[in-house]
Write a protein that binds this ligand. Sequence first.
Ligand code: NAP
Length: 542
Amino acid sequence: MNRDPLASGVTTDLLDVLIVGAGWSGMYMLHRCRELGLRARVLEAAPSVGGAWYWNRYPGLRCDVESYEYSYSFDQSLQREWVWSERFPSQPEILAYANHVADRYDLRRDIEFEARVNAACFRDDECVWEVTASRIGTRRARFLVMATGALSIPKKTDIPGLDDFGGTLIHTADWPSEPVDFTGKRVGVIGTGSTGVQVIPVIAETARQLHVFQRTPSYSVPAHNRPLTEEDRTRTLERYDEIRHIQRTSAIGTLAKPVAKSAFDLDDAARRELYDAKYGKGLAFELMVAFEDMLINEEANRTAQEYLASRIRERVKDPAVADILIPKEQFVGTRRICLDTGYYETYNRDNVTLKDVVRDPIRRITREGVELASGHIDLDTLVLATGFDAMTGALLAMDIRGTGGVRLRERWSQGPRSLLGLAIHGFPNLFTITGPGSPAVFSNMFVSIEQHVEWIADCLAFMQQHGHSRIEAGEAAQEAWVGHVSEVANATLFPRDKHSWYLGANVPGKPRVFMPYVAGVGVYREYCTNVAKQGYPGFEFA
Ligand code: NAP
């Protein structure tokens, strides 16, 4: 057999594992496959590694998880040698880390860049996946791992007239690599989720006029970002093992854990003091899960809603503007709380206006700007911070066909169905990393990604040892898991947030199915580990 299909130009050669995506998941999956002695390759649409951190390069972008927690833990020397400079790392620093990892493990030699996968078809007779990608054509592999990310396909913006806009139009998830100059410009930003909250204050600093078009306000906590000192670093390194253990067994993959069973175990003053302590240190996740009943009990959650609303009123000078910025009938934590640097204070500037597009809807985009019900706003630049087709978008953007040619788009027409968020009935030898039905977006993604990659690698090793060449999620086990995921969600406040992208509600026509598993990454990890220990019940081998 030819050992290198690329070097020879032969595209029919059979790989063991084909991985789609060179973000955190794809890079680590490749590394683990090599350790197992498997011939693996990665196909990546971008010209370099980094996934979401490659494409999203808008000014102000930082991670909302602290740097030493948002990094690989699989290699002690890697986690000890990389020096993070800030508490919440910026996009350029995170991308530099991704490149460092790619170089350190010599990953690039097995990654084909600028190869966007369009289709993947399972050949039953050969038990082989045939994958087609732009620029490079077809690749064949025994196993296919979708490391395509949960937030990698920008949502198609459903505002009429977008193509008519004559100025500069930019989506935050497809930001130009050259710096964008807003100096002296009239700029509009649509969207006030985590992305909008980060990009708005930066644009406001140089734009002549910034108009923010808000449909749904977010809860946000000041990041209190700062440079890290040598002392911070030493302290982290000393207890890194303990930090990693807490992350893996926690609810959301961070150090955040509840301080009491119920918000009402504390009196009003003590609860306010606790919220102040979290808010004053940029501990958004700790606030989100401060009490065990925070995401279960409406009244407990209301204490945090009222607290955060009072903070918005303090930070915004004009009470009418503050009122627009305060979320109404929205739970704290059923959407990730944003971390900001000067977000609310931005609305105190003379060059910034806030438009509530629920009361004053956008009629259409015109050549010159945005037409609201109340009149026209002229713009030079329009920035879309309108979010993603989350969790299923990247998978369904490809034409994936399983046994008997069945299409994933058909199978998931009523919403995603997956066993553990890792495998799909009807699609043998295909794994998804952080797929729907796993904690994924409701966690520190690094913790979830490492756990998935390691589970898949262990499963491949198990198959090697037992001489299996085919694995498929059993239908009954899959349906039981799907039922369990929604049963867990239904016991919380999550599904009551009817407009959330966790439910697919941000994309017109997308089935409304609550996608993440919210029992906690620790609980989920234990479940997955037990499945592996017991010889993978629910999965069918051949
Ligand atoms: P998002 O949370 O979905 O926010 C999109 C915003 O655009 C919402 O305010 C949405 O309003 C608005 N929007 C969408 N279509 C609109 C329309 N047609 N007219 C008016 N407004 C419209 O997306 P995101 O801000 O990109 O964040 C997504 C996720 O990415 C986050 O939850 C987080 O997990 C991740 N992220 C993380 C970081 C970080 O680490 N700090 C930074 C950025 C993103 P509606 O809610 O009304 O639809």
